[in-house]
Ligand binder design. Structure first.
Ligand code: ZN
Length: 360
């Protein structure tokens, strides 16, 4: 087994991000980067470090009134001729620079350099965020060690252009199934065409008016969309089944059950099959720890439309926001990069939030 590469946390946030980018860590191939992260933190007396698979948890335990989580995933999507890292004037380029080794670098530097933060902090560096949910290191901890995730507030350092993105929308996929009856297409009056039967399903989708609910002063935007349509037996047969796969993105004031009931109402009269679902997360900005964070970070919080792991915290009763360096629309692209200013801003603001104010 090769030795773990060393992480030098005495460097600045740009350099640490570059070190992390240069440790290739495509999902399920994260042992080396997890070793490096664990090694860089385990010698620090103010942290208790726990390793769970390729997930590393490091906690202070100072008996502070509040505990917060600072979390990021260690994995990336597959390499796309975008390694090693490359610095141009004001951006760092390379796989994972945006999604989300910049955020991980910020977390690591804070963990190493704040022995006595104003709030107890659980730093969480987890595996397998970019692939099927069953492998997700955060999900596994939520099932097996929820005690390690207990907190008053969590920050997931996914790219958000260094703006607080609160909550997240839920997602659900259902198949709307239309039945027919097979017949030879030369004698079509003998059968019932299931694909034709799907026309009213599409009509309802075209005419659908999505909600835009306002929650904690944030305007969410729902969507109900066909994402695939399947049907057909052969070139000379009337199809007896047509499935319209529909994705419902719902605001976090609705739970999964309510979302399903809504979809059933929209497609009243049709057979529905639930394929998968994940609940959203309420923004929770009225909680003291969240309000204090927003006040320190500044700027106007935005709603998060996509689903993210903040929902996992929300399921555990921990309000969570996304806040991290990098433009989320560059995640998973070959041209992935992160502005150096975002890296420095995120580090500086989180440091301000976690540094005790000196008593007069
Ligand atoms: Zn990510």
């Amino acid at each position: 087994m090769p030795d773990a590469p060393q992480l030098d946390l005495s460097a600045d946030v740009v350099d640490v991000t570059a070190q992390l980018v240069d440790m290739e860590s495509v999902s399920r191939d994260e042992a080396l980067i997890a070793d490096a992260v664990e090694q860089s933190l385990s010698s620090l007396a103010h942290l208790e470090v726990v390793r769970d698979g390729n997930t590393v948890v490091a906690r202070t335990d100072l008996g502070r009134a509040e505990r917060v989580v600072v979390a990021g995933h260690l994995d990336t999507v597959p390499v796309n001729a975008n390694l090693p890292s490359r610095l141009d004037g004001d951006h760092l380029h390379g796989l994972g620079s945006c999604d989300m080794k910049g955020g991980v670098a910020v977390g690591l530097l804070l963990a190493a350099s704040l022995p006595s933060p104003s709030r107890d902090v659980t730093y969480l560096f987890y595996e397998c965020e970019e692939i099927e949910a069953e492998h997700n290191g955060l999900g596994r901890l939520a099932r097996t060690r929820p005690d390690l995730l207990a907190a008053d507030f969590a920050i997931l350092m996914e790219p958000s252009s260094a703006v607080v993105e609160a909550g997240c929308q839920g997602t659900m996929r259902v198949d709307v199934i239309v039945r027919g009856e097979r017949a030879h297409s030369a004698r079509s009056w003998m059968g019932v065409n299931a694909i034709h039967g799907a026309a009213p399903v599409l009509d309802r989708l075209v005419g659908y008016q999505p909600r835009q609910p306002v929650i904690d002063a944030l305007t969410y935007r729902e969507g109900l969309n066909a994402v695939s349509i399947r049907g057909g037996v052969a070139g000379n047969v009337l199809p007896d089944e047509c499935r319209v796969s529909v994705n419902y993105r719902f605001a976090p004031d609705r739970g999964v059950d309510e979302a399903l009931a809504h979809v059933q109402t929209v497609f009243d009269g049709f057979e529905i099959e639930l394929r998968d679902s994940a609940p959203g997360a309420l923004p929770g900005l009225e909680r003291p720890a969240a309000a204090a964070f927003v006040a320190v970070v500044g700027g106007q919080p935005r709603p998060k439309f996509g689903w993210t792991d903040v929902s996992q915290f929300s399921q555990l009763g921990v309000p969570a926001v996304n806040f991290g360096p990098g433009d989320p629309s560059l995640a998973h692209t070959q041209a992935e990069r992160v502005p150096l200013a975002d890296l420095r801003h995120c580090e500086e603001r989180l440091r301000a939030w976690l540094t005790p104010t000196p008593s007069p």
